[in-house]
Design a protein around this ligand. Sequence first.
Ligand code: SF4
Length: 217
Amino acid sequence: MANTKQKQKKGDVSMKLLLHVCCGPCACYPVKKLREAGIEPVGYFFNPNIHPYKEWETRLRTAQEFAAKVKMELAVDEHYRLRDFLRRALNAEETPTGRCAMCYAWRLEETAKFAAAHGFTAFTSTLFYSIYQQHELMQETAAALAKKCQVDFYYTDFRPGWQEGIDLSKELELYRQAYCGCIFSEEERYSKELRRERKRAAKERKRLAATEGTGNK
Ligand code: SF4
């Protein structure tokens, strides 16, 4: 049953699709695109990666506001799991794929499980709209989870609608966040020191690569 192929044709409304919603603004374009394809998605909000609590609450309210405005059903996991996220994130920082891989896998797995448990044909996520996330990694992760949870993964690359999605979210007057979600991403967004450190590290990598290149000649 589980696969990543687009089995549904335009106008085929038989598919019951669960759409993981990371936030209201990121859902604007995917929902429009899916409806154009004849699919009426049901949204699912599960995002323990959003910190601090007030920010999570604001993004949840915005997702609900969006769902109400476009008349989309939205299921919500209201259990805020800050400590669980931090434990997983700090452990994942030490692994080669890092914290974002853990974050994608956790959210996509909960979505796949929810879809399987509630009679959905398939699942997907608004994460496939973001031009900032590791798209191919998420795609592989979702495909593997589809197999594990015995539910289809309905893959669509929503990224071509990036600007259209931004425009739609502004028309709907939705709150637009300034960073990805976790406290680590908030630091990455605002810390000048961290940015300087990263620039230094990138420069050093370049220098080493150039030295190696010269040495090989
Ligand atoms: S940066 Fe974004 S994707 Fe990565 S762990 Fe933080 S919230 Fe998740």
